[in-house]
Design a protein around this ligand. Structure first.
Ligand SMILES: Cc1ncc(COP(=O)(O)O)c(C=O)c1O
Length: 382
């Protein structure tokens, strides 16, 4: 038997997904687990989205679409930029993707060659590093060293050491929830573009900042690539639907790669997603619940020994320094799951160097689950 396994297959696992799989095994075996491991909204997609999907199914045939997506959805996304950010955007610059995850593949493949140096922040979302590593891109992790977000100065220092081809950041960020203030974002984008560093802005947690309005990196740079998704604010994780906003020069390269890699994003999800932009009332109620979960966790986690390591400006994560409790967050998370039946994510996913001291708790669940998880952790620690 000849089995060939590439070096790419040796990519670091996404530990949050491994924790989720372990939690699901426990649940299947009859254990009542509260999961705070994955950034997944508790609520279903908005009612209008589900109704649109149901009537599309009733009508029948679901097929391929243009590789860059249905014209109606691309136009709805462009309108959203006008309404939400006051930015005029040609629908031709929008590419609909199979979640933002496919957006990363497309952006990295269309923008970078093997061996190009691309910067990300540590801690940061692990798939950036894992996808780039699998594609042979040289990932440069810039240690935030206690600062909540990547600054123009830190980026410039990394570029001086060895020139960068690109930079990718998220605001609000995962796992920290940190939001880059508009003036800092402007400096970051403008100085990157001046230095010839291509910018990718992951805006998947937009509409989920609690105290500040959203600012898109598109406002500050003509060459910026934005990646976004219906997964988080719009509660559509399993629909696998997201989008990119591309500089004109990248539209055709992304289209060519998307044609062969994915053919198109699922048509059913595309039809349904159009309605997501009309569901703000329902979605703002969901966001209000996140805000109350956030208040609860911000108050209770530090009391239990989980010091908040980041400001919780947005998204739905509490990133905690657990060094009062353990020096091995991976083992701690495993024990917490098996003994307290609460799943949370070890920091290793987000930061290979310092992650052993951190854990991330997602508060996208129900308020009752948050209360129950905290009570279980408290009993377990005693
Ligand atoms: C920062 C960030 N970007 C992208 C994703 C991927 O989302 P999706 O592929 O569902 O759009 C996630 C998921 O947790 C995330 O946290």
């Amino acid at each position: 038997m000849a089995v060939s396994v590439s070096r790419r297959g040796a990519v670091e696992p996404f530990h949050a997904m491994d924790v989720l799989a372990e939690a699901n095994r426990l649940i299947a075996a009859g254990t009542d687990v509260v999961s705070m491991a994955v950034g997944q909204p508790y609520d279903p997609a908005p009612a209008a989205v589900r109704r649109a999907a149901a009537s599309a199914l009733e009508r029948g045939r679901i097929g391929y679409t243009d590789a860059l997506g249905l014209a109606t959805l691309r136009a709805a996304i462009a309108t959203h930029y006008e309404q939400h950010y006051g930015i005029e955007l040609a629908p031709e610059r929008v590419a609909v993707t199979t979640g933002s995850s496919a957006g990363f593949n497309l952006a990295f493949l269309a923008m970078f060659d093997t061996g190009d140096r691309v910067a990300i922040a540590a801690p940061g979302y692990p798939a950036y590093r894992n996808i780039m590593a699998a594609l042979g891109i040289d990932v440069v992790e810039i240690d935030l060293e206690g600062s909540p977000y990547l600054s123009a100065d830190r980026l410039a220092a990394a570029h001086r050491e060895n020139p960068l081809k690109g930079v990718l950041f998220a605001s609000p960020a995962n796992p920290t929830g940190a939001v880059i203030p508009p003036e800092e974002l402007r400096r970051l984008v403008e100085s990157a573009e001046e230095a010839g560093i291509a910018v990718i802005s992951d805006e998947i947690y937009h509409r989920l900042a609690y105290d500040v309005p959203d600012t898109t990196a598109l406002a500050y740079g003509r060459g910026v690539t934005v990646i976004n998704s219906f997964s988080k604010y719009y509660c559509m994780t399993g629909w696998r639907i997201g989008w990119m906003v591309l500089p004109e020069a990248l539209v055709r390269p992304v289209e060519r790669i998307a044609q062969s890699l994915y053919i198109s994003a699922p048509e059913l999800s595309q039809i349904a997603a159009i309605e997501a932009f009309h569901a703000s009332e329902e979605l703002e109620r969901v966001k209000a619940r996140y805000a109350s979960n956030r208040d609860l966790l911000a108050h209770r986690l530090p009391e239990l020994g989980f010091a908040l390591a980041a400001p919780m400006d947005g998204a739905f994560y509490a990133f905690c320094d657990v060094s009062q409790l353990t020096n091995d967050s991976m083992e701690f998370a495993r024990r917490m799951l098996n003994e307290a039946h609460v799943a949370a994510t070890p920091g290793r996913d987000f930061d290979p160097q310092h992650g052993h001291r951190y854990m991330r708790f997602s508060y996208a669940g129900s308020h009752r689950d948050m209360e129950e998880a905290l009570a279980r952790i408290e009993r377990w620690l005693r």
